[in-house]
Design a protein around this ligand. Structure first.
Ligand code: F6R
Length: 288
C-alpha cells in the first residue's frame, strides 16, 4: 500500500488524476472503475482539463461505475448516472457504448448484478479503480459488516451514509435507502486501485482502513490485501495516521526500490570488493 499525502485537496486530486493519465497513456483502451461523491470532483475536473488542453484520449476507454441508488432514474439529478454525465462524460471523448453504470431501475436486480459482473470480466477486468471512502469506512456502498468477498448486489445504506449524503438532497427523507453496488470482492479484482480522501471528517476512517485490522466493519481495510493500491490524502484526512512521519519520509526519499542501474552498480561494486579482497588474501599468502 502506498500512502501519498498532499497539502491540499487540489494537489491531491491532480496527483491522482496523473495516475489515470499514465494508465491511459500506457493502455489507451484501459478499463476504468469510477466513483461518484464529492471527493473525486476535482480529480474529474483535472481529467477534463487534461483532455481539453493536453489531448488525453478517452476514445477507446471503457468505464464501470461502482454504484447507483435504487429507485432513481438516470435523469434524476441525484442519480450517479446524472453525476457522471455532468462531471465527466459530457466533457470528454468517451463512447457512450463503453460506459457502464449500475441500473437503479431494473426490474430484475439479481440478473442485472450477475450481468454487470460478467460484463466487467468480458471487457478484460478493471485496470484502474478509483475509490472514495465513507465516514464509516465503506468503499462503494459496502457498509460495515459487508462480506469482504462480496460481489455486485443490493445493499441497504447505513444511517450514517444516509445522513452524510442528505446534503445532496432536499430532505434526508429523500435519500434512497438501497443502492446497487460492486462488492468488496469485485473491487479487489481491479489490477490497480487509487483511493482518494480529503477532509477531517474522513481522518478516522482513513486511519482505520490503513493502520487498523482488516475487518468487514471498515470495508476499506480490505485494500490492505490488494497488491497495488495507492491512497491519496490531503493533510486533514491524514491527520489521525500514527505512522504519518514514516509516510512523509518515504515520499521525501523517492521510490522505494533501487532502479536496475543501482542494482548493477551495487553488483559491480560487490564484485570489485570481492576481487580486491581475493587479491589481498593471495598477496598475504605469498608474502608469509
Ligand atoms: C460513490 C461511492 C462512495 C463514496 C463515499 C464518499 O460512488 O462509492 O463510497 O466514495 O461515500 O463520498 P464523498 O466523496 O461524497 O465523501
Amino acid at each position: 500500500m502506498k500512502i501519498i499525502i498532499h497539502e491540499s485537496y487540489e494537489e491531491m486530486s491532480v496527483a491522482a488524476a496523473r495516475v489515470v493519465a499514465q494508465t491511459l497513456n500506457s493502455k489507451p483502451n484501459a478499463v476504468l472503475g469510477l466513483a461518484t461523491g464529492s471527493t473525486p470532483l476535482s480529480l474529474y475536473e483535472e481529467l477534463v482539463r487534461m483532455h481539453r488542453e493536453e489531448g488525453l484520449d478517452f476514445s477507446q476507454v471503457t468505464t464501470f461505475n461502482l454504484d447507483e441508488y435504487v429507485g432513481l432514474t438516470r435523469d434524476h439529478e441525484q442519480s450517479y448516472h446524472y453525476f457522471m454525465r455532468e462531471h465527466l462524460f459530457r466533457h470528454i471523448n468517451i463512447s457512450p457504448t463503453n460506459i457502464y453504470i449500475p441500473s437503479g431501475t431494473t426490474d430484475n436486480y439479481e440478473a442485472f448484478c450477475a450481468w454487470y459482473e460478467r460484463r466487467i470480466v468480458e471487457c478484460g477486468g478493471i485496470d484502474l479503480q478509483i475509490l472514495g471512502i465513507g465516514s464509516d469506512g465503506h468503499i462503494a456502498f459496502n457498509e460495515p459488516s459487508s462480506s469482504l468477498g462480496s460481489r455486485t448486489r443490493i445493499k441497504t445504506l447505513a444511517k450514517i451514509t444516509i445522513e452524510d449524503n442528505a446534503r445532496f438532497f432536499e430532505r434526508e427523507a429523500d435519500v434512497p435507502i438501497y443502492a446497487i453496488t460492486m462488492g468488496v470482492g469485485t473491487i479487489l479484482e481491479a489490477r490497480k486501485i487509487v483511493l482518494v480522501a480529503n477532509g477531517k471528517n474522513k481522518a478516522d476512517a482513513v486511519a482505520q482502513a490503513i493502520e487498523g485490522p482488516v475487518t468487514s466493519m471498515i470495508t476499506a481495510s480490505a485494500l490492505q490485501l490488494h497488491r497495488d493500491t495507492e491512497i491519496y490524502l490531503d493533510r486533514a484526512a491524514a491527520g489521525n495516521l500514527k505512522m504519518i512521519d514514516y509516510y512523509d519520509w518515504i515520499q521525501a526519499k523517492g521510490p522505494a526500490a533501487p532502479t536496475t542501474e543501482h542494482w548493477r552498480a551495487d553488483e559491480a561494486h560487490a564484485q570489485g570488493t570481492d576481487a580486491a579482497a581475493h587479491a589481498a588474501r593471495e598477496h598475504s599468502r605469498e608474502t608469509t
